[in-house]
Design a protein around this ligand. Sequence first.
Ligand code: GAP
Length: 448
Amino acid sequence: MPDRVNMEKIVSLCKRRGFIFPSSEIYGGLASCWDYGPMGVELKRNVKNAWWKATVQERDDVVGIDASIMMHPEVWRASGHVDSFTDPLVECTSCHLRWRASEISNERCPTCGGELTEPRMFNLMFKTAIGPVEEEASTIYLRPETAQAMFADFENVLSTSRKKLPLGIAQIGKSFRNEITPGNFIFRTREFEQMELEYFVKPGTDEHWFDYWVKERFNWYINLGIRKENLRLRQHGKEELAHYAKDCYDIEYLFPMGWSELEGIANRGNYDLTQHAKYSGRDLSYYDNEEKKRYIPYIIEPSGGVDRSVLALLIDAYHEEVVEGEARLVLRLQPSLAPMKAAILPLSKNEKLIPLAKKVYAQLCPSFMTCYDDSQSIGRRYRRQDEIGTPFCITIDFQSLEDNQVTIRERDNLAQIRVPVEKLEETLQAKLSGEPFEATPLWATRQK
Ligand code: GAP
């Protein structure tokens, strides 16, 4: 297997197996817009659930929100996005392609060699109008980050949750940026999903919490099964820091196009609440009962992309190998992330096997994402399941009709065990929670 998979193979697997395909493809697609198919939507949901569990559910210092994508336009003036969320852009006077000025190494168009215009600033926010009458409608923006809702809702969340600082507000949701040069599949798109946490802390404790969240977030990716050697931390240089940031680390992943940002963790100081207090006229300071004083909280922000996490997980899990002389492509996704946990495969389409196979399928469906497949040869069906990363294939054969036992085949080590049908859920549950395949219950015997 080559050391690193290229993006073409990932795009092709995603299309072939229903993870991700071009949006509105029957009309020729829409540049850099992608749809998550039946497998992709499960993987993405599992990633979001893992983030929510680690960030909100398992902590008592973080609560969640799900805010409106459209917000009051003043939010984006206060945040600095109206004035500063811009990229310098140059346009080719011949082919009219636009480029980020920073991407141009000589003075000519990289596509046709044409002459380029002087750079001009281009705001990345999508504008739209709200209201039925066009002339009276007011301009609003599709949010370019989910973060601002956490600042705008701080007062409401604080008073209703009855929590003290440090307090985090978390959100997962769509964001929109009119990127000049989207690309690299789902790495940079104009519509994407973010997983953001705004962690409000007492000034002076911000550096401690910043270090804490950098470590915490790095370990989250490791715990999802991404190999450590493909992850690294990179601190922003002073000149690179966003206008609001005191300090910032990127968690980078070794994508096929090189090391690139997976997530940013910023110490935003007291910039956000100070700005929103100024623009809204509301007092957004916090009364610290222990210190008996008011202050504007500082904010630590871990901000990750759902789509980039999905892409990194697919790349990291992708393995081509040869097993007993046959090539096999397998997605070694952590079982908790795999779109399907089990596949029910009757050995053949024999009419005696199908009813038992369908019964087992119906038995597992309420507890696990399970699929049923009785088409083509068993070898081809195993291969299909390997390619979508299904950790367990359950085969029903003629022996099953006699002893009411089925065979579980494990995706990674290809070990097979026989299990009574009534012990199936229990066995799968144990394996999904990490029990090694060898540690099978006493009643399970290895198939010869
Ligand atoms: N609130 C801070 C913020 O939005 P960012 O670094 O601009 O910071 C955070 O974005 C994360 O969102 C990135 O690390 C990336 O994972 C994801 N992201 C940003 N722009 C994206 C795009 N155009 N396509 C896909 N993901 C994107």
